[in-house]
Design a protein around this ligand. Structure first.
Ligand code: NCD
Length: 307
């Protein structure tokens, strides 16, 4: 596989590099299921998880992924309240350089923070979510989940629904899914859709029935209240009525359409529990499982280009 020193976004990857990462991740998924998880490809390497924003599944899965490959894993959670962004990042970069860390996984509320760090540290930098910009490993794990279930990751109609404007998950998914030749639809109220997408081949819908018609995949997003500066929705109850995924709205999609959500879910706001927990239609748990496999593939690939 071509060299991949950093993974800062889906932007910068191409269909071949995406396919290579998914293939490697698939082999780790099979290995993880077989119980033979201990590998030593990162033995002697140091992975630092540097999280300036809260996270449950992303941080844990990077930690598990690193350990399963034999790396020494250190978690650093940084309080954001008292320090200004610039100082924190540059000070932290200097500290990390002194520690000779090999892999640096970064989550930050500012878009572009991982890219800035990548210029300042010797380590491979992996973006674990920066502001509203990108969350590349989430898009890769979503793609792997889709490919395992649909047998391909091209020519599918994928409806991404809800709070698109604040979502780095949506942005990375739009880039990856269009690059691989899928039909992407964005469905949500005008206040939660971006003014322009800047990507060809993306259709916009404000109505769930129209947007979900004929969809193979229905990807729901969390209402990101922490990123909303104004009241962009009238109320959670009204939002659920028009945009919350329940059985009725899911019936507009293809009969075998699958439901996805990156988590954490607001049950009863963007998704009904009945749909989220329906083992026949929901792939939300598999997404979490694939998260570990994809992060193993990314860490492994970045570490190898760092020799
Ligand atoms: C997402 C994130 O943090 O961007 N969560 C995740 O990584 N699984 C989505 C979200 O917070 O809604």
């Amino acid at each position: 596989m071509a060299q991949l020193k950093h993974l800062l976004g889906i932007e910068g990857l191409n269909p071949v590099s995406v396919t290579n990462l998914l293939d490697l991740a698939e082999s780790y998924a099979l290995l993880n299921r077989s119980g033979k998880t201990q590998r030593d490809s990162l033995r002697g390497r140091t992975l630092i998880n540097l999280f300036f924003e809260d996270s449950t599944r992303t941080r844990t899965s990077f930690e598990l992924a690193g350990r399963r490959l034999g790396a020494d894993v250190v978690n650093m959670s940084v309080a954001t309240s008292s320090v200004t962004k610039g100082e924190t990042l540059l000070d932290t970069a200097a500290t990390l350089n002194a520690m000779n860390c090999d892999l640096l996984v970064v989550r930050h509320k500012s878009s572009g923070a991982p890219a800035l760090l990548a210029q300042k540290v010797g380590a491979s930098v992996i973006n674990a979510g920066d502001g509203t910009h990108e969350h590349p490993t989430q898009a890769l794990l979503d793609a792997l989940t889709i490919r395992r279930n649909k047998g391909r990751i091209s020519g599918l109609t994928i409806a991404i629904c809800g709070d698109i404007v604040h979502s780095r998950v949506a942005r990375s998914n739009i880039l990856l899914l269009t690059m691989m030749g899928n039909f992407v639809r964005l469905v949500g109220p005008p206040t939660l859709l971006p003014g322009s997408i800047g990507v060809n081949g993306v259709e916009i819908f404000h109505d769930m029935e129209e947007g979900l018609k004929g969809a193979d995949i229905v990807m729901m997003l969390r209402l990101q209240k922490e990123r909303m500066t104004a009241g962009l929705i009238p109320s959670a109850r009204e939002y659920f009525t028009f945009y919350g995924l329940d059985r009725k709205k899911l019936s507009y999609a293809k009969p075998d359409a699958l439901v996805m959500h990156p988590g954490p879910m607001n049950r009863g706001v963007e998704i009904d529990s009945e749909v989220a927990d329906d083992a026949a239609r929901s792939r939300i748990k598999e997404q979490v499982e694939m998260g570990v496999a994809v992060r193993m593939a990314v860490l492994d690939t970045c570490a190898r280009s760092n020799y």
